[in-house]
Design a protein around this ligand. Sequence first.
Ligand SMILES: O=C(O)[C@H](O)[C@@H](O)[C@H](O)[C@H](O)COP(=O)(O)O
Length: 229
Amino acid sequence: MPTEHLFVDGALAAANMAQRIAALLADAIAARGVATIALSGGRSPKPVLEALSQVALDWDKVIVTLVDERWVAPDHADSNERLIRENLLRGKAAAARFVPMKNDAADAYAGQAECEATFAALPWPLDIILLGMGEDGHTASLFPEAGELAEGLSTQAHVLAVTPPAAPHQRMSLSAAAILASRHIFLQIGGAAKKAVYDRALAGGPVEELPIRVALCQHGVSVEVWISQ
Ligand SMILES: O=C(O)[C@H](O)[C@@H](O)[C@H](O)[C@H](O)COP(=O)(O)O
């Protein structure tokens, strides 16, 4: 059962979550001399990233990467790399090392092999994975109905290219195996609709129906869920 943190106020949830993430990063640095964190994109992480960027930490010992990426230029408004650079990699956190998912390949499928080589070279298991969730139960870019979902749930590769059924842009995503090759997972959800999907996911059922079950319906990796109403 995941550890739940329930907040009425989203800003308070973000500030507390940032402190908790920073504490785990500091523990990892103390234990292994390096800390690794993979971050999701979308709207939810922004306040957490802003708060985290101001926390005093040995940021030069932190490797920051992505849970998924839209296959767009790094300066595109929809780029998760841009989200991280603009909201986390500034202030105290500017010293962190960022490992992007997007490379120069024309599309995500052509870029998959190079991205896999980059991610295979990271120090697995990653210390922290920050997941979001869509109201369809997707996480990372593991979307229900996506043609690559079965591959994403079964491959031992770290990353795969995905074309979402409805969301814009081709994606590169961590696989389910990579998400579970971590020491700790944070799931950030906001609003009643997502809380209802979360509760349904916890009740059990096919992972293909609600891919967030990859993280919720397992016992190998500790999971904490930060819920703001
Ligand atoms: O690139 C992305 O869009 C994310 O990685 C995606 O998985 C996100 O976490 C969910 O779609 C929730 O997004 P919101 O936080 O914007 O609701």
